[in-house]
Design a protein around this ligand. Structure first.
Ligand code: NAP
Length: 489
């Protein structure tokens, strides 16, 4: 079925993939706008990354009053940086408040989407089908665990789990615990476990800069004040957003910015003043600049790693054996449990779902050299399909919720072209995609992420797969789509 251009379309139907932060946002906004939609979630609960990650010490390092929807502030955040379980609860409550939870089709994975006769034909894991004019892929970034390729991993006779597959049935109290990795996740785990375990061995391949963090609790009076004066939450949110944008997100895209130099000094001072033993201090000192890897903020990591029960191991891992981890100095570190805080496969996005665009083009083929998307949202030849927080999307440590809200506003401006009858199909043009990618790669060269370290921000060719411009530019682009860059069919 093809629709005549020129006629207004108020019957547009949307398919939302995923009920995490971005999917819930999409459902709320589409519902408000009066559009028909279905939202599918492969798991049996909503929450995305906050459902998947339940590790000890989990918290968000974006302040809670910014890490929430602008239209649904929460007066009850317990801390400046609230724990993961509270964030997950927030999403459950918001979904309930807006009546979204009843719309979500849980335990239903979309296995295939094909653009046929001007609409998206959807196939689901239960064998059923659906159809929509638009697809919103709210499939997240940090959700497919990355398991390390270490010889003998399967031979360990103790308990092993990835940080995003936490085994709550296994009591870590009094155990000899090994943690592989020193990313944001591992650092939080170490701080949370150190008091309870008999020994904690942290296997560090690369040292991390750690910025100090203060995490005060909100008092009952402050919460009551927020409840009575919601405008105070709005003002606080704007304040934090400004600080984050100016002090960090705008700075990381210019490796020579004075703000980055200051952040580096803060981290050096934190290391110098917190770690007493000179050997340990040098082992913890990175050989690259602060901000190159995702900056870690922690109020307890340096304390934890200096406890007598903590051991920092910097020798490389040779292999894993029945009893523990053997390092390159031939030492066997005997363990009861091994926690793999080894991150995520960040290039998956919508996959393994099969996505077929115009003229039978498979996404797997389009992305054979790596995932890309114009503005992190749209791909040539995949009309009326939009991603939230898609490829090259992360904006230096900024709240992904704010970014998703801006991206959704952008998508609605594109949808408006179809709704008002200006066209039936909208996707970025091939030349615009190529120009955008060339500009993105060029801009990435002067960012801190390309200043000499390895991280999940880099793609297979070592190019930072992130938004390489300022936060202000993101806001401008999202507010003002360049319609000339689109094929409006
Ligand atoms: P990550 O930053 O990708 O860190 C993975 C760690 O595992 C790295 O230290 C890496 O070492 C190590 N590793 C991987 N394979 C290894 C191997 N074969 N042998 C030894 N070490 C190995 O993952 P993450 O810590 O889960 O964090 C991912 C992202 O999630 C963060 O950057 C952040 O965006 C988000 N996050 C945020 C928070 C928060 O808000 N506080 C908390 C957790 C996660 P190398 O450095 O040498 O590669």
């Amino acid at each position: 079925m093809t629709t005549q251009k020129g006629s207004t379309r108020d019957d547009l139907r949307f398919i939302i993939i995923g009920a995490g932060m971005s999917g819930i946002l999409s459902a709320i906004k589409l519902q408000e706008a009066g559009f028909d939609y279905s939202i599918y979630e492969k798991a049996d609960r909503l929450g995305g990354t906050w459902r998947e990650n339940e590790y000890a010490g989990l918290a968000c390092d974006v302040p809670s009053h910014l890490y929430c929807y602008s239209f649904s502030p929460n007066p009850d955040w317990s801390h400046r940086f609230s724990p993961g379980a509270e964030i997950q609860q927030y999403f459950l409550e918001v979904a309930n408040k807006f009546g979204i939870d009843k719309q979500i089709k849980f335990s239903t994975e979309i296995t295939r989407c094909e653009f046929e006769n001007g609409r998206w034909q959807i196939e689901l894991s239960d064998g059923s089908t659906d159809v929509g004019d638009f697809v919103i892929a709210a499939t997240g970034v940090l959700h497919v665990p990355s398991y390390p390729d270490i010889e003998g991993l399967g031979s360990f006779e103790g308990e092993t789990f990835h940080s995003a597959r936490w085994n709550h049935d296994f009591d870590l109290k009094g155990k000899r615990v090994g943690v592989i990795g020193t990313g944001s996740t591992a650092i939080q785990i170490v701080g949370a476990l150190i008091e309870d375990v008999e020994e904690l061995t942290l296997f560090q391949r690369t040292a991390q800069w750690v910025s100090p963090q203060e995490n005060p609790a909100f008092t009952e009076e402050e919460k009551a004040d927020f409840r009575d004066h919601p405008e105070k939450m709005t003002a606080l949110r704007a304040d934090i957003a400004k600080t984050f944008a100016e002090g960090f997100a705008n700075a990381v895209v210019d490796a020579n910015s004075p703000e980055l130099a200051m952040i580096h000094d803060v981290c050096v001072n934190n290391l110098e003043s917190s770690v007493q033993d000179a050997d340990l201090r040098e082992k913890l000192r990175p050989d690259y600049r602060a901000g190159c890897k995702r900056l870690i903020m922690s109020e307890d990591f340096y304390d934890a790693i200096q406890q007598p029960s903590a051991h920092l191991v910097t020798e490389g891992i040779e292999q894993i054996e029945k009893a523990g981890v053997r390092t390159s100095d031939d030492k066997l570190h005997e363990l009861d449990v091994l926690i793999l805080a080894t991150g995520f496969r960040v290039d998956r996005f919508m996959r393994p779902m099969e996505v077929i665009g115009r003229n039978g083009l498979a996404l797997e083929e389009a992305w054979k050299d790596g995932p890309f998307a114009y503005m992190a949202i749209t791909i040539p030849e995949f009309p009326n399909l939009f991603m939230l927080n898609g490829p090259n999307g992360p904006v230096g440590n900024f709240s992904l919720i704010d970014v998703a809200e801006m991206q959704f506003g952008y998508i609605m401006k594109l949808v408006e072209q179809v709704r008002t009858g200006a066209c039936n199909e909208v996707s970025v043009s091939q030349p615009a995609m190529e120009r955008f990618d060339a500009e993105r790669k060029e801009a990435a060269k002067s960012t801190i992420w390309q200043s000499g370290c390895n991280s999940w921000y880099l793609d297979a060719n070592g190019v930072p797969a992130v938004w390489p411009w300022t936060f202000d530019r993101l806001r401008d682009e999202m507010d003002n789509p360049r319609f000339d860059d689109f094929d409006l069919v």
